[in-house]
Design a protein around this ligand. Sequence first.
Ligand SMILES: Nc1ncnc2c1ncn2[C@@H]1O[C@H](COP(=O)(O)OP(=O)(O)OC[C@H]2O[C@@H]([n+]3cccc(C(=O)O)c3)[C@H](O)[C@@H]2O)[C@@H](O)[C@H]1O
Ligand SMILES: Nc1ncnc2c1ncn2[C@@H]1O[C@H](COP(=O)(O)OP(=O)(O)OP(=O)(O)O)[C@@H](O)[C@H]1O
Ligand SMILES: NC(=O)CC[C@H](N)C(=O)O
Length: 544
Amino acid sequence: MNERLRFAMAQLNLLVGDVAGNTDAVIAAATEARDRLGAQLVFFPELTLTGYPPDDLLLRPDFIAAVERGLDRIAAQTRGITVIVGAPRLEAGHLHNAALVIRDGAVVAHYAKHELPTYGVFDDLRYFTPGDAPCVVDVAGCRVGVTICEDAWHAGPVGQAAAAGADLIVNLNASPFDQYKGSARASVLRDRIAETGLPILYCNMAGGQDEVVYDGGSCAFDGNGDLMSRAPHFDTGLYPVDVECIHGRWTPLEGAIEPSLSAEAVVYEALVWGVRDYVEKNHFPGVVIGLSGGIDSALVAAIAVDALGSDRVHCVMMPTRYTSQMSHTDAGMIAEALGVRYDTVAIESVFNEFQSALSPVFGDRPADVTEENLQSRIRGTLLMAVSNKLGGLVLATGNKSEMAVGYATLYGDMVGGFSPLKDIFKTEVYRLAHYRNGLGEVIPERVLSRPPSAELAPDQKDTDSLPEYAELDAILAAYVEEDASIEEIVDHGHDRETVEQVVRLLHRNEYKRRQAAPGVKVTTKAFGRDRRYPITSGFGRQPG
Ligand SMILES: Nc1ncnc2c1ncn2[C@@H]1O[C@H](COP(=O)(O)OP(=O)(O)OC[C@H]2O[C@@H]([n+]3cccc(C(=O)O)c3)[C@H](O)[C@@H]2O)[C@@H](O)[C@H]1O
Ligand SMILES: Nc1ncnc2c1ncn2[C@@H]1O[C@H](COP(=O)(O)OP(=O)(O)OP(=O)(O)O)[C@@H](O)[C@H]1O
Ligand SMILES: NC(=O)CC[C@H](N)C(=O)O
């Protein structure tokens, strides 16, 4: 029996639906783990061959057949190493979210995920039948218990593997990023270790997939719950973990521990990754952004440049009579600091033409929000024209505070294919902008200090229509993320009328959010796939 073995965690960026490409990536990583690292075992993230979440692709027989062909290829091309790979698997008419143990040309064991999450962004139970048996495989004398992601968040599956004689646990993950996830993962893994005394090797995905970002950070904990090694967050690679049998107990040895990132850095990196992978995986040459001189579009432009490089970011300033000189100057400075292409397209004449065309319909009705929205829609139309002609993806610039209360124009500033700040409260926008400026100033200081304005009417300020953002965000965080009631929020010291107004706006604007572009999830409750509410609903629109 070997006393020391090398296992490898393949922290890969996979493309949902690309079974052939993901299979190639598995074969390449297994070959490298065997030949370069000299590993005896390599294991991969959850649902490696399909990417996660594959959603209703799982209902297609031709998709499941492609997965079987991928598994056959892996079996044929990865001899001399044990491979544990995630894939959907049909057994006796039931589809499992499975981990397949492949060795010397064949699938030698099969584990079906027990705990199927059906909350937040997860829909496992829509597709899969849960398993109930443990899977423990012998790898050169070390008995490896196999589990999949959510399994580690409950006592049962790891305990079962321990009872079945496992020496250590490997856990295959597709664990989406949110700003609290890092500590939550460490805490549940330590709970499992406290229950069983078994080390856990945790391999996560990396990369963006529509509204989720996988942040990597694959790691190994020993049987005391001590962190022995951790792969970088927001990176891909093959990370070795040496395990040794000491007095009959297998334990991971100390390896590199990548430092954790600051609270702002981790969120900023998640946004950069989310934008990059959305653009790259959907084959866009670059992005187009309406740059107003305000903080939101400035931050989106900075994220886009960090994701794609300045030559793939195109900013367009579209002034009207309400655009201040300061906005002109600041937008120009931001574009210059970021080194992006910057065009100015005045929309005053278009705005006037629209108003003349509509005047027979509107008669002598006074100007109101209609005219404000018209400016926004002209900008949206022009950005989409630039996208159509030059090919870039339009990035929407709305933040979570605005999306919550409907402070955005449908088919206006809401146009765009991806919305990087969709899950970022306005107060957090400021923190991220300061963080980004700390890496090299790209947003002029006064953009961070001047009061936010939509500049759609004379001397307009966001606070004309909304509470101060610090108060709005506190109310939203309590109501949206903690599901607090109006009473509870008032009890925490907020003004009742303001809370009721915010709650009414929140529920009333579900229709806008349903039509909004996807954006990167960074909180525990992101609008969209993560937090699903009915559009047509009586709840919360009236107090009581
Ligand atoms: N339940 C429902 N289901 C489906 N559609 C529904 C609907 N309720 C209204 N609608 C439709 O939505 C329309 C109202 O929405 P919308 O047209 O967006 O207009 P609305 O929400 O009335 O106005 C946009 C708001 O966004 C603010 N804003 C803030 C910052 C930036 C910008 C900007 O544009 O740059 C704008 C602006 O000041 C104003 O308060 C209705 O006229 C109706 O057609
Ligand atoms: N003059 C403009 N030129 C180009 N785009 C604009 C202009 N004004 C608004 N936009 C676009 O519409 C979005 C909404 O802008 P608005 O200023 O109304 O609200 P905001 O949420 O404060 O955003 P920002 O902080 O970017 O100004 C902007 O982020 C920008 O993409
Ligand atoms: N794919 C999963 O089972 C992930 C669920 C798990 N709670 C996580 O977010 O890490």
